[in-house]
Design a binder for this molecule. Structure first.
Ligand SMILES: [Zn+2]
Length: 273
């Protein structure tokens, strides 16, 4: 499979991402994974291409994939990494091996490449693969169902599956039936957002509103929201101004590893007039 960065439509782009997830599920099936504790990234790396995990020897990178095209190779990870970060980094490198090259490969990753989800390049593909490998849809779906949306729910699933909160949030937005959206901001800049299909209003672009919980944290007025809180619609949604009395719910958390704020928006009630 090659990266199809020229794909023009969202439907084709999603089809390519589903291909990445399917490759992850096929690898899981080969190692007889049936429950979260069976997801052993070291065994999966070996099964994917004879890849062995080694720690240390990296100066500024988080992970590095070195393979010679002869069904052997090394995934090197930064020494002393927390387990969820180590697992996600290894899974990302397995993604490159499975999706992008069976031949010689020498690829290095940083927190920046491990945070790319929303473009059409190989890093987003490797992250999509890694999320499905560590958080298989069929296993996380029942855990996400029947609970109100919250960052705490995402953190509980991330903890059980021993992986990153951001990748768990991405899987949550894919799997949930709730009317929610995920917004990722860098400082005061909104970088990208994803909505579930029933979340109809468009998310604002540009700057984070100082009237949102994310904005109040950036301004050091409050810490992370810690739960769903009411926030004015104009703070996050296009088509609403400060005279509107409409609101929605927001739960925001700052992730220092990525230096990004992750915001979960929830339309509990219909917000249209
Ligand atoms: Zn990468």
């Amino acid at each position: 499979m090659r990266a199809l960065s020229h794909l023009a439509t969202p439907a084709l782009w999603e089809a390519r991402r589903e291909e990445c997830r399917r490759a992850a599920r096929a690898l899981l099936a080969r190692t007889f994974v049936q429950k979260p504790s069976d997801i052993d990234v070291d065994a999966l790396a070996f099964e994917a291409g004879g890849l062995l995990i080694e720690e240390g020897g990296l100066e500024s990178a988080e992970g590095r994939l070195l393979a010679n095209g002869k069904q052997t190779g090394v995934i090197r990870v930064r020494a002393g990494m927390a387990l969820p970060r180590r697992r996600f980094t290894v899974a990302h490198e397995i993604g490159h091996r499975s999706l992008h090259s069976k031949g010689v490969i020498n690829h290095t990753d940083s927190p920046k490449t491990l945070a790319i989800w929303n473009d059409r390049g190989e890093e987003a593909e490797a992250n999509t693969f890694a999320a499905e490998l560590l958080l298989p849809t069929e296993m996380v779906l029942p855990r996400f169902t029947g609970h109100e949306p919250s960052i705490a729910l995402i953190e509980a699933v991330a903890s059980e599956f021993r992986t990153s909160r951001l990748s768990t949030a991405i899987q949550y937005i894919r799997c949930t039936n709730e009317v929610v959206a995920l917004v990722v901001s860098h400082g005061w800049d909104i970088e990208w957002s994803q909505r579930t299909k029933d979340f109809l209003p468009r998310i604002r672009t540009g700057r984070v509103s100082k009237d949102s919980a994310a904005g109040e944290r950036l301004a050091r007025i409050r810490p992370d929201s810690g739960r769903m809180v009411v926030t004015p619609a104009y703070a996050w949604l296009e088509g609403f101004d400060q005279n509107s009395n409409k609101d929605l719910k927001e739960d925001s958390v700052y992730l220092d590893y990525y230096d990004r704020t992750v915001t979960l928006l929830w339309l509990e009630d219909d917000i249209s007039d």
